[in-house]
Every structure is written in C-alpha cells, then in structure tokens.
Design a protein around this ligand. Structure first.
Ligand code: NAP
Length: 280
C-alpha cells in the first residue's frame, strides 16, 4: 500500500506547534512581530496568495502587514520599501509576492531583502548558503517538500532523484536540498533529451514543470516516490499521480500534498526569524 504524503495533516500539526512558539515570542518581546507582505499590482492569483499568507499568520497568532503597491511602481521605489522593512525591528519576515510586474527587476528586489528576514528564501545568498549546507532560510516550496519527505521517513540517501524543472524558486533549490540529503540528483528542463527514460530511472521524481499531468504514469517505475509540486488550473498537478500512485512507494496528492506545505514553511521560517530576534 503506497504512503500518502499528506501535506494538509503536517501543515495543521505544525500550525499547532507554531501557535505556542508565537506566544513565547510575544511574551519575551512584549509585542507581536509581523510578516510583511509586499504585493505589487493586482494580479488576482497573487492577491489570493497574499491573503492566504496573512490568514495563515493570523491562525498562529503572528502579525502580518500587507503593503500594496501600484502596478506602475519602479524598481527603485520597491527597493526603498524593502529597505524600510529591513530596518524595521517589528518585522520578522518579508515576503515579496511574485511574479512582480514586468517593469521591475525582480532579482534585484529579491536580493535586497535582508538575509535574516528572507523567510521565503528568495535571496541569491540564501540559496548559495543553503546549497553549501549552511544555515539559511530556504525557498518555501522546496523546504515544504523536504519536510514532508522527512515527516514520513522516506529514505533519501543514495537514491536517484530526478527533478523536472529548474526554476530559481523551485527546481533548483529542491535539487540542492535533495543533494544535501545525499540523493544522486538529475535536474531536467525544457532542453533535456530522452526525458521519459531519465524519469524511468528515478527512485524519487519531483514534478516542477507547470504543465498539467506532463509527467506520464508509464514514465514512472514501480516503487517510485512521487512528489508533485505542480499546481495548474482545476487542481491538476504536473504528474499523472492518479495513474501511478498504486504502483508507487509514496506519493503526494494534488491538492493536499505539496501545496499546503508552501505557506506552512513560510510561516515556520517567520517564527524562526522572530525567535532569533527574541533570543529564544
Ligand atoms: P517555471 O518557473 O515556469 O519553471 C518551469 C520549469 O519547467 C523550467 O525550468 C522549464 O525549463 C521546465 N520545463 C518546461 N517545459 C518543459 C519540458 N517540456 N520538459 C522538461 N522541462 C520543462 O515554474 P515554477 O515556478 O518552477 O513552477 C512549476 C510548477 O510548480 C507550477 O505548476 C507551479 O504552479 C507549481 N508551484 C507550486 C507551488 C506551490 O505552492 N505548491 C509553488 C511554486 C510553484 P527551462 O528552464 O528550460 O525553461
């Protein structure tokens, strides 16, 4: 019987623990530190995500501060807002919702976020430190994936992990985290040749492509661990999980697998940042 890697269950269990940790932080600091969320423009999906992040903070008793900027905001103006939040003692974490409107240099903005407040793990230096196995905040979805695999004691060392996708927020960092766990990692992308054959060798496959059911069930070998990070319209992942889950060792359902772990990892890292501020 395949193991269902249930992100919903782990996320709600973690929230319970976080509530108690936030109480201690508040007691020690005498105020409630906040997660500052920056939304540039009014992309409906981004508005929804930012609201969900604010609500997650509320559920654990952490404060949140929503900063909404107009679509015409310049890179310089956005950097000035980030500088202000970097300097604000009451801000434990900064989340810049992406994608930002086209006119803005997103990388420059991500890299302006102070490392100790980079709770969404988007700064290039956070990525570099994490890749070196050093302490750093980690990109939220990849961190959620590793936490989920560990929660269910999925063996990682020595396993062939195939990651399909190499984005800065997902494919690349999850590959580095799996490497840090001593997996043998293959990173695939749009120029990869013979993808089905490569996927067939995977003990662990991570779908991070952004195309519904792109990874077909018959590409997957028996006993594989299926991690579907994809989230496409209609609650469809990047892997045909349904078609292969009965032959798998473990799988993430969509929805309810990787999805809930992303915001959960963001608030977990915000709490860790606040604890450091409080000397806890
Ligand atoms: P992205 O930035 O668009 O990256 C997609 C990656 O897939 C790229 O590296 C691309 O390769 C690769 N790719 C595209 N077509 C391919 C093909 N035919 N064969 C092999 N590789 C191909 O997307 P992303 O932001 O990483 O997101 C990926 C998925 O994860 C999406 O479904 C997204 O909704 C989901 N996601 C979910 C969460 C969550 O909270 N659950 C968070 C983030 C993302 P190139 O680099 O060569 O272009």
């Amino acid at each position: 019987m395949a193991i269902e890697l249930n992100g919903k269950v782990l996320a709600s269990k973690t929230e319970e623990e976080l509530r108690a940790r936030v109480d201690k932080i508040r007691e020690k600091l005498g105020y409630t530190p906040v997660l500052a969320t920056i939304l540039v423009g009014d992309n409906p999906a981004s508005v929804t995500y930012v609201n969900m992040k604010g609500r997650a903070c509320e559920r654990i008793g952490m404060g949140s501060r929503a900063i909404n900027l107009p679509t015409e905001t310049t890179t310089e103006e956005l950097l000035a807002v980030i500088d202000e939040l970097n300097a604000d003692e009451t801000v434990a974490g900064i989340l810049l919702q992406h994608p930002v409107p086209k006119g803005i240099d997103e990388r420059l903005a991500f890299d302006r976020i102070a490392l100790d407040k980079d709770v969404d793990g988007v700064n290039s230096l956070s990525f570099g430190l994490m890749s070196m196995g050093k302490d750093a905040f980690v990109s939220a979805t990849p961190y959620g994936i590793i936490r989920l695999l560990k929660e269910y004691n999925i063996p990682l060392a020595g396993k062939n992990a195939v990651v399909v996708g190499r984005s800065a927020i997902l494919g690349k960092p999850v590959s580095m985290l799996l490497l840090n766990e001593n997996c043998t990692v293959t990173i695939c992308h749009s120029k990869t040749e013979n993808l089905p054959e490569i996927v067939k060798k995977a003990d662990i496959v991570v779908g991070a492509v952004g195309k519904p059911k792109f990874i077909e069930a018959d590409w997957l070998k028996d006993g594989v661990v299926i991690v579907d990070a994809g989230y496409n319209p209609g609650n469809v992942g990047d892997i045909d999980v349904e078609g292969a889950k009965d032959r798998s060792f473990a799988y993430t359902p969509v929805p309810g697998g990787v999805g809930p772990m992303t915001i959960n990892s963001l608030i977990l890292q915000t709490v860790v940042s606040a604890e450091r501020k409080a000397g806890l």
